[in-house]
Design a protein around this ligand. Structure first.
Ligand code: SF4
Ligand code: SF4
Ligand code: SF4
Length: 266
C-alpha cells in the first residue's frame, strides 16, 4: 500500500510532551486555560485547539506495581476514514484524503450544517477513535492533518521532529510497517503480550506493551463502531435528501455505490 504512516513506539515514550507543544507551535494553535485535577495530563481532553494530546493513565499490576501508560494521541489517518463519509454529507469537501500521502485533512469547509442550521455532532458520530473536535465559537471542526504541508515539502511532521526518545517515527508506509514488526519482535522477547494497535486500518500504528484497558479508552477503535458510523451515514444521507438539504443523494445512490460507500468494507 502506498502513502505515508507513523510508527509510534509507546514503550519508549517518556511523556515529555515535546510533541504536543511542537504541534501547537506549527499549527499556530493557542494555549488553553486548564486546571489541575490531580493528573500530570494537561489539558484533560483533545479540542479544536489541542489536536495532539499526551494522555497519562495509571495502572497497578496484580502484585501492586504501579505504572504509567503514556499515549500521545492524534488522528489515526484511517485508510477508509468514516469521518469523511459523515462530514461530507453535511459539507462537501469538509474532509479530503490526500492521494499521495493518505493524509485525512479537515478543510476550512468543515462547518457541518443542513440547509437551515448548524449540526452539532458528537465526535463519536464521526470517528471510531473519538478524535475530531468542533470549535464551539466558529463551528469549524479540527484535527491533525499529518502536517501534510511539511511532508509535501520533504520534512517530517512537527511532532515527529520534536520527539527525543525515538517514540515517533514517520515515513513510507511499507517502511513503517516493517519497523513496527521489527520492534514488536524485539519487545516480545521480554514482554510477550506486546501488540500493534489496529495496524491494517490506520496510518498511525502504536506499539503497546500493556493491555488496551490500561491506556486511555480510545487506543483501539470501538468494536463495530466503523460499521455503525457508515450505516448512520447512509441513513442520514437519505434524510438530508428527503428534507432538501445541501447534498441530495437518493437511496439508489447508496445502493449503486455512487457515494463510494457501497464498495467499501465496513
Ligand atoms: S515527544 Fe516523544 S517522548 Fe515526548 S511525549 Fe511526545 S511521543 Fe512521548
Ligand atoms: S502530524 Fe502535525 S498536526 Fe498532526 S499531531 Fe503531529 S504536529 Fe500535530
Ligand atoms: S481517526 Fe477519526 S478523524 Fe482521523 S481519519 Fe480516522 S475517522 Fe477520521
Amino acid at each position: 500500500m502506498k502513502g505515508k504512516s507513523f510508527f509510534v513506539d509507546l514503550t519508549l515514550c517518556t511523556a515529555c510532551r515535546g510533541c504536543q507543544v511542537a504541534c501547537k507551535q506549527w499549527k499556530n494553535l493557542p494555549a488553553e486555560k486548564t486546571r489541575n485535577v490531580g493528573s500530570h495530563q494537561n489539558p484533560q481532553d483533545l479540542s479544536a485547539k489541542t489536536i495532539r494530546l499526551v494522555r497519562f493513565n495509571e495502572s497497578r499490576s496484580d502484585d501492586g506495581k504501579f505504572s504509567w501508560n503514556f499515549f500521545p494521541e492524534q488522528c489515526r489517518h484511517c485508510i477508509e476514514p468514516p469521518c469523511r463519509y459523515i462530514a461530507n454529507l453535511y459539507a462537501p469537501e469538509a474532509v479530503v484524503q490526500d492521494a499521495e500521502t493518505g493524509a485525512v485533512v479537515m478543510t476550512d469547509k468543515a462547518i457541518l450544517k443542513t440547509a437551515r442550521r448548524r449540526v452539532n455532532l458528537e465526535p463519536w458520530q464521526l470517528c471510531p477513535y473519538n478524535v475530531p473536535r468542533m470549535d464551539e465559537e466558529t463551528g469549524l471542526w479540527n484535527k491533525c492533518d499529518m502536517c501534510v504541508d511539511r511532508v509535501k515539502a520533504g520534512m517530517k511532521p512537527s511532532c515527529v521532529l520534536s520527539c527525543p526518545s525515538g517514540t515517533m517515527n514517520f515515513g513510507d508506509r511499507k517502511e513503517m510497517l516493517s519497523l513496527a514488526e521489527k520492534r514488536l519482535a524485539e519487545v516480545r522477547k521480554t514482554r510477550p503480550d506486546a501488540y500493534l494497535a489496529d495496524p491494517e486500518e490506520v496510518r498511525v500504528i502504536y506499539l503497546c506493551d500493556a493491555p488496551a484497558e490500561n491506556y486511555h479508552d480510545t487506543l483501539l477503535a470501538k468494536r463495530g463502531e466503523k460499521g455503525r458510523i457508515l450505516a448512520a451515514a447512509q441513513k442520514q444521507a437519505v434524510r438530508i435528501a428527503s428534507t432538501g438539504g445541501q447534498e441530495k443523494h437518493s437511496r439508489r445512490d447508496f445502493l449503486t455505490g455512487k457515494l463510494g460507500l457501497g464498495s467499501r468494507k465496513a
